[in-house]
Design a protein around this ligand. Structure first.
Ligand code: ADP
Length: 409
C-alpha cells in the first residue's frame, strides 16, 4: 500500500483548526465518550472516524490522510502498538502522530508506546476531557510541523542537487573555454614575439615597447586561464600531486628568480632566509613553486616601492616538516578580509597600484588547496598598514611518504 497522498496546502497549514482523527477502540462506550469530549473542543473542529479493530483501522488509513490516530492499547487482534508497527511499515514517514490510550496505564503499555514513538500515552481511568483535547492538539501540531520540516528538507535537497549540477556545468564551461582560448592565444603570442624580435623587419623603440606590452598581456591572460583550469581540476578532484623528495632551496631559488624583475621594478628588497641543512621534502616541486610564486607575487604586488619582501624557511618546532613564511611590509589585510582571503574569486581591491590588481582572485584558493594536498594549512597573519605573513608547513620526505599524493587532491 502506498503512503496516502498529502497535499502541499495541508502541509503548509500547521495551525489549521480542522483535524481528521481516527479513533481505534473496540469499546464502543469509551469510543463514544471520546467523541463527545472532542466534539466539544473549542479550538479544533474534529472530523472523526471510528474503527473497532486493526483491519478497519488499516482500511481507513489507506484512504484518508489523518492528522492524528488515537489508539487503544488493548485491541481484539493484538496490542495498539502492533497496529502502529504495521501502519509504520505501510505509511513510513506519512504515519500521522499516534496517541496511545490504555485502560489501566500499565508499565508495559507505556514502555511499548514509547518504543513506538507515540506522541503521548494516556490512561482511560484518569484522562479528563481537557487532558484528551490537549494531548491530541499537541500531537496534531507536532505532526504537522514535522511534515513542514520534512517538506522543506526535501525542497532543500532538490535545490542542492540542482546547484551541484549547475556548478559542474559552470566548471566544465570554464575548463573548455580556457582550453579553447589558450591555443589561439599561444599562437598570437608567438606571432607578436616574431615581430618584436625583428625577424620580420626592423622595428623602432616605440613599436618594441608596444609589442612588449602586448606580450605581457598575453602572459597575463595565459596565467588567468591556467588558474581557471587548475581550479576546475582541484574542484573536480582531477589534480594529482607528483610528489618526490625535493630540496626546498631548489624551488625557493627558482621562485625568487621568477619574481626578481617585478621586485626590482618597484625597488623592493627581495630577501630570503632559508635555514641551512633543511631536510628533503616530500612535495610536488612544480605545485609548491606555483604556491611560492603566487605568495611572492602577491607580496610584491601589494607592497609599495622601497618596501621589503622576505621568504623564510625553518625546520618546524617539533621537527615534523619545514615551516615556510612569505613576509611583506605592504598594505596589509583587514581582519574581515582575512576571513575570506582564501575564498574563490575574493579580492580586497587594495593593491598599492590599482593597475597591478590584474588577477582573478583565484591564486590564494589554488595555493591553499595545493598546500592542503600536502597535508598542511595555508594561514595568513596581517594588519592593515603593517604588512602580511603567509605561512604553511611542508612535509619532510622520510616522515610523510605514507600520506602519499592525496589522490585525488
Ligand atoms: P589575485 O590574483 O587577485 O591576487 P589572490 O587569490 O592571489 O588573487 O589574492 C586575493 C586577494 O587577496 C588580492 O586581490 C589581494 O586583495 C589580497 N592579497 C593577497 N596577498 C596579499 C598581500 N600579500 N598583501 C595584501 N593583500 C593581499
Amino acid at each position: 500500500m502506498a503512503p496516502h497522498p498529502t497535499s502541499e496546502n495541508e502541509l503548509l497549514e500547521p495551525h489549521s483548526r480542522a483535524v481528521r482523527l481516527l479513533i481505534v477502540d473496540d469499546d464502543q462506550t469509551y469510543l463514544a465518550l471520546c467523541m463527545r469530549y472532542l466534539a466539544k473542543d473549542s479550538h479544533y473542529t474534529y472530523d472523526m472516524v471510528a474503527a473497532s479493530g486493526v483491519d478497519e483501522a488499516l482500511t481507513a488509513c489507506a484512504t484518508t490522510p489523518f492528522d492524528c490516530l488515537l489508539i487503544d492499547y488493548a485491541l481484539p487482534e493484538g496490542t495498539g502498538t502492533d497496529l502502529v508497527g504495521t501502519l509504520r511499515e505501510r505509511l513510513s514517514s506519512a504515519l500521522p502522530p499516534v496517541v496511545v490510550i490504555s485502560a489501566d496505564g500499565g508499565a508495559d503499555a507505556a514502555v511499548d508506546a514509547l518504543r513506538m514513538h507515540a506522541a503521548d500515552f494516556l490512561t482511560k481511568r484518569e484522562v479528563s476531557a481537557n487532558a484528551l483535547r490537549r494531548s491530541i492538539g499537541n500531537a496534531v501540531v507536532k505532526g504537522r510541523l514535522q511534515r513542514v520540516v520534512k517538506l522543506r528538507q526535501r525542497e532543500l535537497e532538490l535545490a542542492n542537487v540542482e546547484l551541484e549540477r549547475r556548478a559542474i556545468e559552470i566548471q566544465r564551461f570554464y575548463h573548455t573555454v580556457s582550453h579553447e582560448m589558450k591555443t589561439p592565444l599561444t599562437a598570437a603570442r608567438e606571432f607578436i614575439a616574431i615581430v618584436a624580435d625583428g625577424l620580420t623587419g626592423t622595428i623602432n623603440d616605440e613599436q618594441r615597447e608596444l609589442l612588449e606590452h602586448a606580450l605581457n598581456c598575453c602572459d597575463q591572460i595565459t596565467t588567468q586561464f591556467n588558474d581557471m583550469i587548475d581550479l576546475t581540476r582541484l574542484e573536480t578532484g582531477k589534480m594529482r600531486l607528483d610528489r618526490a623528495p625535493t630540496a626546498f632551496e631548489k624551488i625557493a631559488d627558482r621562485s625568487l628568480a621568477m619574481c626578481a624583475s617585478a621586485a626590482e621594478a618597484k625597488s623592493l628588497v627581495l630577501e630570503s632566509a632559508i635555514s641551512a641543512n633543511l631536510p628533503l621534502l616530500d612535495i610536488d616541486a612544480g605545485r609548491i613553486t606555483q604556491v611560492l610564486s603566487n605568495l611572492l607575487g602577491n607580496a610584491i604586488k601589494f607592497t609599495p616601492p622601497e618596501g621589503r619582501v622576505r621568504l623564510e624557511a625553518t625546520v618546524a618546532d617539533n621537527e615534523d616538516g619545514v615551516d615556510v613564511r612569505v613576509i611583506d611590509s605592504g598594505c596589509g589585510i583587514g581582519p574581515k578580509d582575512c576571513e575570506h582571503i582564501f575564498d574563490r574569486l575574493y579580492q580586497v581591491r587594495i593593491a598599492a597600484d590599482e593597475s597591478e590588481s590584474s588577477g582573478l582572485g583565484l591564486g590564494l584558493s589554488i595555493a591553499r588547496e595545493i598546500v592542503h594536498g600536502h597535508g598542511g594549512e595555508l594561514a595568513v597573519a596581517s594588519r592593515v598598514g603593517a604588512g602580511s605573513t603567509f605561512s604553511f608547513r611542508l612535509p619532510t620526505a622520510d616522515a610523510t611518504t605514507s600520506i602519499a599524493c592525496q589522490e585525488p587532491l
